[in-house]
Write a protein that binds this ligand. Structure first.
Ligand code: HEM
Length: 178
């Protein structure tokens, strides 16, 4: 791995990190094989995540309307965006288009200030990825009917989710200069 500035070549950044976390062909196969299970529960997954965000004042404020109550339309839009990310994640896309989509998602948290909530604090993005990992591990345990396969799927998804997390954090963390 040679040095370069992350953000200048997102496809390479993602490819290198996938290599670093040892996301193997078997992992990619496990993710694609379990994608139908994940996508069948997409609605419950996105609902659970946003219900969780609404439980805490610090995260709920991003989803409230002017009357201070949860804004159903805003929540629906956010759930829709999250579902798109989940679908694209399940495909393990590594194209240039996907890489910059992911960077744009990150920047919308780190740079696009919301009138009520401000910029999304990075520790909640990290926390949300932990919630996603936990939800998927539970789903695999409950649906795959085999502890070994559930573990294999969780490990593979965990690797990929943390590669994504690194991209989502790029807008917060100034890249170290080579
Ligand atoms: C697993 C972590 C997360 C993922 C994968 C994720 C995914 C997304 C996606 C795909 C979008 C749409 C981006 C766009 O269209 O440009 C979005 C927007 C947004 N997300 Fe997240 N999100 C995560 C965590 C969070 C957290 C923790 C919060 C706040 C508590 C949050 C609040 C928002 C808000 C307010 C927007 C709208 C930003 C704007 O004004 O455009 N997200 N998110």
């Amino acid at each position: 791995m040679s040095s370069y500035l992350p953000g200048t070549d997102m496809t390479r950044f993602i490819r290198e990190l996938m290599e670093f976390v040892a996301l193997s062909d078997d992992d990619i196969e496990a993710i694609r094989r379990t994608a139908p299970v994940v996508l069948a529960h997409e609605d419950a997954f996105t609902r659970a995540l946003y219900d969780h965000f609404l439980k805490f004042e610090a995260t709920a404020r991003f989803f409230l309307g002017d009357d201070g109550r949860p804004d159903a339309a805003k929540l629906e839009r956010r759930r829709h965006s999250l579902a798109r990310w989940l679908r694209e994640t399940a495909e393990v896309a590594t194209t240039q288009e996907f890489s910059y989509y992911l960077l744009a998602v990150g920047l919308s948290h780190s740079h696009r200030a919301d009138s009520r909530g401000g910029v999304v604090p990075p520790h909640f993005v990290v926390g949300a990825m932990s919630l996603a990992q936990t939800a998927l591990a539970r789903l695999f345990r409950e649906t795959l009917g085999d502890a070994g396969r559930a573990l294999e799927a969780s490990q593979a998804w965990n690797k990929l989710l943390l590669v994504h997390l690194s991209v989502l954090l790029l807008g917060y963390v100034p890249p170290a200069r080579p």
